[in-house]
Design a protein around this ligand. Structure first.
Ligand code: GLN
Length: 541
């Protein structure tokens, strides 16, 4: 079949969940047996979000091919099990960079280079790139930002043109907001009408409207919206706040969003999507009553999205293990010897978060010393793993000044140091060790048992590494380097084998954890937290 292009735009306000709607639709189409991919176009000028601080756009997600991506790509993968790549996330910066490179090469043969047609053509080429591979029946394209933003205009113009070029092989889904005015006890449709008008003004007639709402929107009101917005009444669906994002595919299916979309692109829906495993996951989620309490020690704790993939990986695993996740954020900047007991007591497991820079680092060492000496299941990820190494060097090897050269480049014991290939790099953007690398695990290690394999591949995002000159001293004292890159011998996993669960990974296993294929290492960590909880209960009677 010819590739169908589904565009998802947003109106009224941001943060309505375009990423979740796109992912849910992809999940449903995939469950119907179609080959689906999702891509995101971000209207900002940064080439990629890798240089953005998490306060700006939340977590930076990493694809297997080493692209630093918008966190929505994480949702795409978690909802669909597909593997995204650099081609699935394009920014205005990338579009302009490519056009300017072509101009410098002389590719435009003396023409004046303009937003229309050159920028819009470049956007169109990128929109079509994945579809042209022939690997997909559906390409869902999420346009970042809100209709009406100056920055989104070239993208919407490209969508407008593509709707003519692609004829029946494309459609536009517009997500808007229907606010509830508490004082008047009324839902209001006007912002939606205005937002659709704005889209129509740009030459785009949406085919489907998804209305984000906190309250049920009565059928009469949906009909009214359909009428005012020139949309078929059955193509107006609501997206009510759900207790979990993973329920949204079901909520969309109940309102036939997948069937509406199929019909609109000329496909007669056959049967039902196979949502069996997804439903089982949701049933477990709803049934779980007992908790597992995990502490996440990091410096971006006031920001929900900063550790998105870790939260989701923990949630998925807790759910499969019939537990409700009780995730407690612990501010590493505020943690010290005086309050660590109170802060960490009662946790069943602790995660030491990834990160960059000095801020909050000492709190991570305090947490790690406490976890190591109290033998609490502890998982260090990336910077968290590096902190495990530093804490062990300081407090077990007696190297009191040990550090990462990221934090102190004068340290006498650089147990974590800049990777050789990083030393000559000055540009910050896209130059870390990024993407999936192979890792060989010691067959007798806890990590290998967790994976059920000695050969794994996980994604990286870092510049610093374990300094192999110290390896023998660590191993003698009990910290084993159990995971290693087979080509470069970089240490990827450390563990304390005599502890319940004390593992640090230089890589980020959270990026590859999905609803239908949760990360084995996270699963094992949560399992260990649950058995630790049970042990404590037995002791306390
Ligand atoms: N700042 C550390 C490094 O660059 C760790 C990075 C991370 O935690 N993602 O190596």
């Amino acid at each position: 079949m010819e590739t169908k292009y589904l565009f998802v735009t947003g109106g009224v306000v941001s943060s309505l969940g375009k990423g979740i709607i796109s992912s849910s639709l992809a999940c449903l189409l995939k469950a119907r047996g179609y080959r689906v991919t999702i891509q995101k176009f971000d209207p900002y000028i940064n080439i990629d979000p890798g240089t953005l601080n998490p306060y700006e756009h939340g977590e930076c997600y990493v694809t297997v091919d080493g692209h630093e991506a918008d966190l929505d790509l994480g949702h795409y993968e978690r909802f669909t099990n597909i593997r995204t790549t650099r081609a699935n996330n394009v920014t205005t910066g990338r579009i302009y960079q490519s056009v300017i490179d072509k101009e410098r090469r002389g590719d435009y043969l003396g023409k004046t280079v303009q937003i229309i047609p050159h920028i819009t053509d470049e956007i169109k080429r990128n929109v079509m790139a994945l579809g042209k591979t022939g690997n997909f029946d559906f390409v869902i394209t999420e346009i970042g930002g809100v209709v009406g933003d100056i920055e989104s205009l070239p993208f919407l113009e490209a969508v407008r043109q593509l709707r003519w070029e692609l004829e029946d092989n494309c459609l536009c889904i517009h997500l808007t907001y229907v606010p509830f005015i508490a004082a008047a006890k009324e839902l209001k449709t006007k912002p939606t009408q205005h937002s659709v008008k704005e889209l129509q003004h740009l030459g785009i007639q949406p085919d489907v409207l998804v209305l984000r709402t906190e309250h049920d929107i009565p059928v009469t009101m949906r009909k009214k919206i359909a009428q005012f917005c020139n949309v078929a009444p059955d193509a107006v669906v609501q997206s009510r706040d759900a207790s979990s994002i993973y329920k949204v595919p079901m909520l969309m299916h109940e309102q036939h969003l997948d069937e509406i979309v199929l019909r609109k692109v000329g496909i007669v829906p056959q049967g039902e999507p196979d949502l069996g495993p997804w439903r089982e996951f949701l049933t477990k989620m709803d049934k779980a009553t007992e908790k597992v309490t995990i502490g996440l020690v990091g410096k971006y704790v006031e920001l929900q999205d900063a550790y998105k993939s870790i939260n989701e990986a923990l949630f998925q695993c807790a759910t499969y293990l019939d537990r409700k996740l009780d995730l407690r954020y612990i501010h590493s900047e505020k943690l010290n010897g005086g309050n660590v007991d109170a802060q960490l007591e009662g946790l069943d497991g602790v995660i030491i978060a990834p990160g960059f820079g000095q801020r909050g680092i000492e709190g991570k060492f305090v947490a790690l010393e406490w976890c190591r000496t109290h033998d609490v299941p502890t998982f260090g990820i990336c910077l968290g793993m590096q902190c495990m190494v530093i804490e062990f060097a300081r407090n077990v090897l007696g190297l009191t000044e040990a550090n990462s050269t990221e934090m102190n480049h004068m340290t006498p014991d650089n147990v974590i140091d800049l990777m050789e290939e990083q030393k000559s790099i000055h540009n910050m953007g896209g130059t870390m060790r990024l993407g999936a690398y192979r890792c060989h695990l010691d067959p007798s290690s806890h990590a290998a048992a967790a994976y059920g394999s000695t050969e794994v591949e996980e994604r990286h995002r870092h510049r610093f590494e374990f300094n192999n000159e110290y390896r023998a001293r660590f191993e003698e004292a009990g910290m084993k380097c159990v995971g290693e890159n087979p080509d470069t011998h970089l240490v990827e996993v450390v563990e304390l084998p005599d502890h319940r669960w004390y593992i640090g990974t230089q890589y980020h296993p959270e990026y590859s954890s999905t609803v239908l294929a949760p990360s084995p290492l996270f699963m094992d960590f949560v399992k260990s937290a649950i058995s630790y909880q049970k042990e404590k209960e037995q002791i306390n009677g």
